[in-house]
Design a protein around this ligand. Sequence first.
Ligand code: PLP
Length: 394
Amino acid sequence: MAGRNHLYVPGPTNVPDSVLSAMHVPMEDHRAPDFPKLVKPLLEDLKKIFRTETGQAFIFQATGTAGWEVAMCNTLSPGDKVLSYRFGQFSHLWIQSARRMGLDVEYHEVPWGEGVPLDHLEQRLRQDANHEIKALLICHNETATGVTNDLKAIRDVLDRTGHPALFMIDGVSSIGSIEFRMDDWGIDVALTGSQKGMMLPAGNAYVCFSQKALEKRHEARLPRNFLNIEDQIQANKDGYFPYTPSTPMLHGLRKAIDLMLEEGLDNVYARHHRLAEGVRRAVLDGWGLELCARDPKWYSDTVSAIVVPEGFDARDVMKVAYYRYNLSLGGGLSEVAGKVFRIGHLGDVNELMLASAIVGAEMAMRDVGIDVKPGSGITAAMEYWRDTAPPLEA
Ligand code: PLP
């Protein structure tokens, strides 16, 4: 098919050309004497993306799924109780991973489209007077439903109840896109992957530990080998890795972090918010459809899950979009399969890139018989983006 594919799944995201170029390097000796010149500043600057000065960041050559294991196996022991909430496919998978690792997982069902119920959490933590709950596992941004949790509010609950549980966050579809403050919000372990806000191919998990969480490695008894942070700590202190790293990914990460810090993280968050709001205007005001996220307080600035009207299958919309218009939309996962399609608006994106996603989704919806008014989505989005456009620099 002529022309380029329009990639608007919520990860992998579009990799900027400058990052692709930075990765296009010959292979090199990862034990060379000057290799630490690449690694040491990279690990330091990676902490800035997590917004931590006191924590320690690690790079694992694996995907976000491994990040869950890194968080748990280095801090917990078999049979330890952990508390979680299930409100989408990724919170579900983290819970499953904790169970498979031999933890005693207490989780509560939340309707898909909502996030962590703070009242329930507070009540549960208060009940746990003996502090049996060792960790709280929270998916910051549920990519399957487009729901973002308020981590500051969750931290406040932990503080109010005086509960010492480790606060562990899956930030795979939030870190580097949505406001995230590891130190300010007292987060103990935060993890993300390379293929979303970090604007890289899949294949890296970035995991950051607070000092409190780092100390837990001395008592944690869950088995670990490749994901053992002790090996990383020993190798990283000299600027090396305990195994053969993918060096092109490290060069790509260097460039991606430079781009983010150049733009300024607060500007990155603001850009994501403004672009996301344009997409929401298209969905809600233009097409008159609903988002899976049930309340504006849950709206995600990285992904919108759009509910197709009764009697239609979102998979048909995606199929037409892909084959007829070369547009990749995200699908509905598990409980929302066929009910929603998703537009990812994260990473290296701007207004006109997202315009193609909106126009393509609108064409595909009309093709399958969904009665959205032609041009309604893009009109709502473009007027919002025009109204909120930053002034031109002199
Ligand atoms: N957590 C969230 C919130 C995700 O969106 C994803 C992937 O989409 C994962 C975890 C799993 O990451 P990976 O596919 O890189 O293993």
